[in-house]
Design a protein. Sequence first.
Length: 394
Amino acid sequence: MSAPKSPFAGRLGRADSSPVRDLLALIDQPEIISFAGGLPSAEFFDVDGLRGAYDHVLSSAGRRALQYSSTEGDPELRNVLARRLTGRGLATAGDDLLVTTGSQQAIFLVATALLDPGDVVLVEEPTYLAALQCFRLAGARVVPVRGDEDGLDPDALREAVERERPVLLYAVPTFANPTGRTLTDQRRRAIAGLAAAHGFWILEDDPYGELRYRGEVLPPLSSYPGAEEASIYLGSFSKIGAPGLRVGWLRAPAALLRVLAVAKQATDLHTSTLDQAAVARYLTTADLDGHIRTLRDVYGPRRDAMIEALARIAPPGSRWSDPDGGMFIWLRLPGDPDTGLLLRRALRHDVAFVPGAPFYPAEPDRATLRLSFTAYRPDEIAEGMRRLGAALTG
């Protein structure tokens, strides 16, 4: 029997496999120190607290928690998430939220609901590579907008908006992936004003916003004047709780939220009833703010250890970010080396990183790479950076 002549949909040809997922599969070896994945430190997962939450749900409402549920999500979970968002400066009610199977699904749902083939999505360059996957899969044309140490440049954005007439701006305003940059208050105001004036959506992806190690806390971009009815806000339990639970959330205006719920019905009907109920129980009984303070106290010194090591091992002329929070440091090496080739050498030294090229929607800067500092102790970071230094010198 012969195979079908056209086994794959053409749109799949527009989306490459995630190099981070591929790299994590390749280097799942204990001898390798991997700065590649944006992984929270597993040693700080609250296993006991989550076990207690699951035990409570299964013992008190087990049959309900194992049944089908509403697409929009567990009402108790939505209400507790709404209170947390409101406390962070983004006024939210439970009915404003849709619970998703991780915030990655939320990006996919937004792309499905808002984008037709050929529509323009603007992104800061470089940007989160899995978001690029979603937009390409939807057939969108992804257009980069320049930024600097203070995040997306509003003047460059204005030029792109007037030229391209975008449907959507995708942004990670706080501790961006991959650069670690944070959009300033002034620029948040300017970008919100542009969205209101020109009628495009802002998709604000905020998985790292609570992981701040220094500096002034900024409210979400979605809370700024002009962005209230033009923004979609994404959050996640992955970085502050545990990524294996795959619980995220999406905040959007009511009319769009209804469309997004229909899109979600077509993908998985609803996020796990049991996981939602357990996370709701956990959030109402555990000291999540205390847990986040612990993560900040741990991750800050790990960032510092990586920055200090870069000053020792990076070649003269290198430049790197010094983020106020989040999980990533962005490094550019001098000249025009290809960090994809450098990775092969690094793996021979039992250390890994993510080459920068996949984070670019257009012509990449191949001399860049992303390093994640959260998963290792400072002494382990020092050893991993020593190995990286050996790879850099050949």
